[in-house]
Write a protein that binds this ligand. Structure first.
Ligand code: ZN
Length: 357
């Protein structure tokens, strides 16, 4: 196997791996770098420019893995894009939103090449998707050779898959973003057992272990305590969240805490792309049973949209919990506007969420 990392800046960015396994040209993911603008946000496609891809794999729908897929499929219009059932639903939604963001950035920053793809390119990408069930192998042929492709649940976010290739009895596994802990909305990763010949593991911690004393459960408890204390003294909480995965997880955490009596009832306001993703999560639960997210929970908590008129420095019309995307608090997004309203007040930052009260 020859492996080429197409992520030009390293770190979290335009994640994309080009694997040549025997005669097979395979691309695993094609992201968009959230910290770069214009063509610089794309992976470096030069090594795959003059060849035809045989297989494209989409591990999951965070934009740093998905964001430039339509550029790749526009150049490889007959190559199957192998992915899980939830991703078939989530990917077009995320990509269409990305077009709107790029159009806005074109105006604001004068980036002539934006958007990097159009709605028809997203439609073409969707047409090429081949859904594969977790744990079930599919065999692909080229020049009298075969390769088997198996997807495995990777935890992390709805639809996330690790991919295993079996070629000439050798097992090669790409983990994608992987999380072994169970979350409120989905179980942890379930990766293949037995000897693996080559493992390509994505990790933000490298070989370092976790700091002791910090667990997912203790972080959640701390978050609930902090929200509770802000609400008790009549404040509002802004929780900026990533639209895909984190918003739905937070809804469940808040819902369960209220049912247990560890969080007082208070108005909840929510907005942004994350709300559309909530609808998709409910559909995915009903269709696949791969995740646990029931949209009726939002109705039970009487979740509303924030008041449309917000001015920097002027208090929010209503106190409560504001759960809004985008998680990066980019200018003009709901989370940015609400933060501007809350700014004169005391500010707490609590990893991994920012809370302003
Ligand atoms: Zn991810």
């Amino acid at each position: 196997m020859k492996l080429t990392d197409l992520n030009r800046h390293g770190e979290i960015g335009a994640n994309s791996m080009f694997a040549q396994i025997g005669p097979f040209n395979i691309l695993v993911d094609s992201g968009l770098n959230p910290k770069a603008l214009g063509y610089d946000a794309l992976p470096d496609f030069e090594p795959i420019e003059d060849l035809d891809l045989d297989l494209i794999i989409l591990t999951h729908c965070h934009l740093d893995h998905l964001g430039s897929m339509p550029v790749v499929t526009a150049h490889n219009p007959t190559t199957p894009v192998i992915t899980s059932a939830p991703n078939e639903l989530l990917a077009p939604r995320m990509l269409r939103n990305s077009i709107n963001v790029m159009k806005r950035q074109r105006e604001e920053h004068g980036i002539a090449e934006y958007p990097l793809f159009l709605h028809r390119d997203v439609a073409q990408f969707s047409k090429q998707i081949v859904v594969q069930r977790f744990g079930r192998g599919e065999i692909y042929f080229k020049e009298n050779e075969t390769i088997e492709v198996i997807l495995h649940p990777a935890g992390h976010v709805a639809g996330a898959a690790a991919v295993e290739f079996i070629y000439n009895d050798r097992r090669i596994v790409f983990s994608g973003d992987v999380l072994f802990d169970a979350q409120r909305t989905l179980p942890g990763a379930h990766l293949p057992k037995g000897p693996i010949d080559t493992l390509i593991l994505e990790t933000t911690r490298g070989a370092k272990g976790r700091e002791s004393g910090h667990s997912r459960a203790s972080e959640v408890d701390q978050l609930i305590d902090k929200i509770g204390s802000i609400l008790d003294r009549g404040g509002s909480c802004l929780i900026p969240v990533f639209a895909l995965g984190r918003m739905q997880e937070l809804f469940k955490i808040i819902y369960e805490a209220r049912n247990l009596g560890s969080l007082p009832d208070s108005p909840i306001f929510a907005a942004g792309l994350g709300m559309a993703v909530c609808d998709n999560f409910d559909k995915i639960r009903r269709r696949t049973q791969l995740i646990d997210f029931d949209i009726s929970m939002l109705e039970k908590m009487n979740v509303k949209s924030p008041e449309p008129k917000m001015r920097p420095g002027r208090d929010l019309a209503k106190k409560g919990i504001y759960l809004v995307s985008s998680g990066m608090m980019v200018e003009h997004t709901p989370s940015y506007k609400i933060a501007a309203s809350l700014l004169p007040h005391q500010l707490f930052c609590s990893f991994p969420h920012f809370i302003i009260g």
